[in-house]
Design a protein around this ligand. Structure first.
Ligand SMILES: NC(=O)c1ccc[n+]([C@@H]2O[C@H](COP(=O)([O-])OP(=O)(O)OC[C@H]3O[C@@H](n4cnc5c(N)ncnc54)[C@H](O)[C@@H]3O)[C@@H](O)[C@H]2O)c1
Ligand SMILES: [Zn+2]
Length: 685
């Protein structure tokens, strides 16, 4: 077979989609879809075949590539009209799309495929722009559409996405040859063109014309007058307040299922919450179909001013959480039918705190972040709609039909099983090197979000970037910390809480080693090692514990102690003594934190030469000299001293940390696990 030649229609479609999708004003993340029709030679018959390429289910326009397109035969797709059983059974048509695929068909066809295939235009864009949805959700949206666009854009009353909506839009296009697109009530826009360029121009014209009209005609204060005490706190105070509230709010959002969090204090959110109408509008909920699974119908809104104390806010949030869950259950009960999917959890996904910002939640960081982005879209939509008219989203029963749509449920069921540490947030100190870095990498590979803390910000960020790969800050972030400095440790925990919503797994790993005899050990040597290890891990545990307790999600604190915490040898007084201190912290904290479901365990490594900064920094050379071997052979030398005769690598320590905090080891606390290839003198008893 000759190498695949991309059809020019596809090249244009991808370029157009990427341009449209990378500008936030045009559509929300992963929202909307685009298509092109064109001709190719059918490899079976050698004849021309008419195809439609349409963005498949799930992907994002901004980053769309050819593999994200579904490819269907136009004749077969359009022939479905003949067997269409009517709107009551329109969902069946999605499965029928599979019988229209060309070749292997590319990506899975989405529910919007009918609209693209049935509309008689070579290029079609369906988008979710804030400006367009503002018109689509205005109480007099139909009238506004006529006023703003004349007969060039047609109003289509709300209808759930599907085959019937495709038929409706196709008919509108036929009946209104002068029209370039339509406003879909409660939902978004669709535009078309005979060329890719024309479709793109028409889309942008609708979006920009709507935005310009709103800018010119909106009332001055669409969200009403300022509410006393609800204005934004000054930035440092706002962030500190957010960090103080975040663990409890994450606990609230995770009552049914653990969640990762995202926080934003963007002006859009703060302005909305500072104005009088925000409680009414927030209660009306979002409208655009792809919002419901991501943000739930409505957010939880704290009804206290920013001047309230943290304690008052926390107490009120707990009350509101109970009410939110009752309210959500009632909503489910009002609308569920016997064949509805089971309720998916009653906790809020969006929590709004006036003066502070927005917390959003999801099964991973990316989902949590996008949920927040969607709510910002919703605020923009409400501002536009209220500025011109009254915000009137679709009916609650329609929202429910979308949230619990069988097709959406099927998509959820098809999702791959989450990784063992999914939704867990880990903080590893000293993670820019050696054992810490290997541990952070392992925890991330098993699904955790990780904060990499170390003395050098640059090294911490480099390690984070290496571990996260193309997922970036959604998986790992680097922070600077000196663990012996209480203020720096608190700032590190706050950064973690604001980055991922909370904290579950704490790994006290930062350390350094000076191998000296008693007589050579200076006070400064003693203090340095005790400050970093004994005191440092105490400070980290002390700053982390309130977060773990407030979340009510249990958690783990793991100490990287050492064989030397139990083994006695010469030239190690300060290091081994502070390691013994750390080891006893494990037992003390296991006893103290157990009532909160927090497990505290330790790992005793030994002889981890490869990758270890401790060994590279002189200790290795010194040890090698003591044993009369070359420094490069030290790892192998240590291996020969072990029972198993195996060299211990950073990965082996990381694996032990994973086992201790992973899903299997649920009933063990106060334990140290030796990872030393077997050293009888350091056996625990
Ligand atoms: N390598 C071994 O054989 C071995 C054996 C037993 C225990 N351990 C322990 O394992 C841990 C990691 O050791 P490693 O071998 O990976 O060493 P490493 O030097 O490669 O890593 C230690 C990291 O801790 C960081 N660090 C030091 N002081 C800090 C401070 N004040 N604040 C924040 N970060 C600080 C360093 O910058 C470094 O990145 C240490 O606690 C060490 O005592 C190591
Ligand atoms: Zn849509």
């Amino acid at each position: 077979m000759a190498t695949h030649q991309q059809n020019p229609a596809v090249t244009d479609l991808i370029a157009r989609s990427n341009r449209l999708g990378s500008d936030a004003k045009n559509t929300n993340y992963a929202g909307g879809n685009t298509s092109a029709k064109g001709t190719e030679t059918d490899p079976v018959t050698g004849q021309d075949v008419e195809l439609v390429w349409v963005k498949g289910s799930g992907g994002d326009l901004g980053t769309l590539t050819e593999s994200g397109l579904a490819v269907l035969r136009l004749d077969r797709m359009r022939a479905l009209v003949g067997v269409y059983p009517g709107v009551e059974r329109e969902d069946e048509m999605v499965a029928a799309f599979d019988y229209c695929l060309h070749g292997k068909g590319g990506a899975a066809p989405s529910i919007d495929t009918a609209m693209h295939g049935l509309v008689d235009a070579a290029h079609v864009d369906h988008l979710h722009p804030d400006s367009g949805i503002a018109i689509a959700t205005a109480a007099d949206g139909e009238q506004l559409t006529a006023t703003i666009f004349g007969d060039k854009v047609v109003w289509v009353p709300w209808r759930r996405p599907g085959f019937q909506l495709g038929l409706d839009i196709a008919e509108i296009k036929t009946r209104n040859p002068q029209a370039v697109g339509c406003i879909l009530g409660g939902h978004g826009i669709t535009a078309w063109g005979e060329t890719s360029k024309e479709a793109e121009q028409n889309s942008l014209w609708i979006i920009d014309t709507a935005a310009a009209y709103i800018a010119e005609h909106s009332k001055a204060e669409p969200f009403g007058p300022a509410l006393d005490g609800y204005g934004a706190l000054p930035e440092p105070e706002r962030r500190a307040r957010a960090a103080a509230l975040a663990p409890t709010i994450r606990g609230i959002a995770s009552a049914d299922r653990a969640m990762v969090g995202h926080f934003t204090d963007t002006e859009v959110v703060l302005d909305f919450l500072a104005a009088a109408e925000h409680p009414r509008l927030a209660a009306l909920g979002t409208s655009c179909p792809d919002h419901f699974l991501r943000t739930k119908v409505k957010p939880l809104v704290l009804d206290l001013p920013a001047s309230a104390s943290v304690e008052e806010q926390l107490a009120r949030l707990e009350e509101l959480a109970v009410a939110y869950r009752d309210d959500y259950q009632a909503y489910y009960d009002r609308h569920a039918t016997p064949d509805s999917p089971a309720i998916r959890g009653k906790d809020p996904l969006i929590v709004l705190v006036p003066g502070v910002g927005m917390f959003s939640y999801g099964k991973d960081k990316q989902t949590a972040r996008v949920a927040g982005e969607f709510y910002v879209n919703a605020i923009n939509v409400m501002r536009g709609a209220e500025g011109l008219s009254t915000y009137a989203p679709i009916d609650e029963s329609e929202k429910f039909r979308i949230e619990y749509w069988a097709l959406e449920e099927a998509k959820l069921q098809r999702m791959p099983r989450p990784k063992p540490l999914a939704t867990r947030i880990a903080l590893v100190t000293g993670a820019a090197s050696g054992i810490g870095k290997a541990t952070a990498a392992k925890l991330a590979a098993e699904g955790a979000c990780v904060v990499i803390a170390d003395l050098s910000l640059e090294k911490a960020q480099t390690a984070a970037a290496e571990i996260a790969g193309d997922k970036g800050a959604d998986v790992a972030v680097g922070v600077q910390v000196d663990v012996s400095d209480a203020a720096a440790v608190q700032a590190m925990v706050d950064t973690c809480v604001l980055a991922f919503g909370g904290l579950d797994l704490v790994v006290n790993n930062a350390g350094l080693s000076l191998s000296k005899s008693l007589l050579e050990t200076t006070e400064a040597d003693w203090d340095l090692q005790h400050n970093v290890m004994a005191k440092g891990s105490f400070l980290v545990s002390r700053a982390a514990a309130p977060v773990l307790i407030a979340q009510r999600l249990g958690g783990d604190i793991i100490y990287i102690s050492s064989k030397n915490s139990v083994f006695a040898g010469p030239n190690n007084i300060a290091y081994s003594a502070t390691k013994a201190d750390q080891a006893h912290q494990v037992r003390l904290l296991a006893a103290e934190l157990g009532e909160h479901g927090v497990k505290v365990n330790g790992v005793n490594p030994d002889g981890v030469v490869a990758g270890s900064g401790i060994f590279a920094g002189g200790w290795g050379a010194q040890r090698a000299a003591v044993y009369g071997v070359e420094e490069k052979d030290l790892g192998k030398f240590y291996a020969q001293r072990t029972i198993l005769k195996r060299e211990v690598l950073p990965e082996h320590i990381a694996n032990a940390v994973f086992v201790l905090c992973g899903p299997e080891m649920t009933h063990t606390t106060g334990l140290h696990v030796p990872v030393d290839a077997g050293v009888a003198a350091a056996f625990l008893r």
